[in-house]
Design a protein around this ligand. Sequence first.
Ligand code: SF4
Length: 340
Amino acid sequence: MGTATAVSPATIFTETSAVSLPARRIVVADELGYCWGVRRALDIITDAADPADKIAPVGDVIHNPQVVERLRERGVEGTASVDEAVSRGFRRVAITAHGMGPHLAREAEAANLTLIDTTCPLVTKVQRLAQKLVRQGYFIVVYGDGYHPEVKSVIAWAGTSKALAAKKMIDLPWNARRGEKGEGKVPPPRKVAVVSQTTKNVDELMAFANQLQALVIPEGGEFRLCNTICEPTSERQHALKRLVERDSVDLILAIGGKKSSNTARLADVGRQMGVESHHIERPEDIEDGWLSAASVIGVTAGASTPDDVIEDVVNVLVAKGYAAPEGGIRPVDPEYVPAF
Ligand code: SF4
């Protein structure tokens, strides 16, 4: 373990580079942390927040415990359902950035509650696309985690029994190519479309889609892959790849709430590139053993990770003897709107 450098945690983001790079240093992905959709949702909810007229987001407003706690202080408290919100005396409920099925708006209206919808427009796009594909006769496979609210919302908006979530071929009810016959053989229907949870890894999506396509295409089958991984998620994954390739990173710390799917994917990207990678929620999660052989530490963060948590992690690493990231963390472009 190294000793603390002369770099002050308070000034880490204004330090300029030395002529030669420090042996033990921190490098930061040029796209990390809060995505456009999460910032937008938090702006909507904090603008509406009022401790005298509390808001109950149904589910986690954001997969980050630190932010959830701060919102609670402003009168924003998560609830499991509209019924629970009513029983706890709330008069306002909210849909989180992950989206919800159409039932939520109906339930809120029936209970005479005001509904605040912070669904990310990039999630809404997937929900509408699923509806359109159903109208076109496709069986919908949502590549993603079946328990995740976004995936549940897409399936709910599809509004059909011919839709399911899957991450592996074994999650599907089909085990044979179209036209294959025999005991226990279950081929897929003629038209199958795949959409993705917005926060998934594009390489893994393509590997899954290639396997499924091989079952669907024979005998006149139609297969459609809709890459609905959102631009901010792709950018974070690409930025991490660039960081690993450019800076010979020894260790990656992906910062984000334990339930954050996109943070978990970032750690996966690091591992797939052969770099030891850990998904951490807060600085206390860093284990000294990880640092013993790590000279260059790459830092990235999921779409629901606030800037100050990233700064806390960097500050702890600085205190452990790593030089602060050259150039600091890239500031947010307030004009940015992703493609969708
Ligand atoms: S990860 Fe993508 S889809 Fe999800 S909230 Fe952020 S921008 Fe929207």
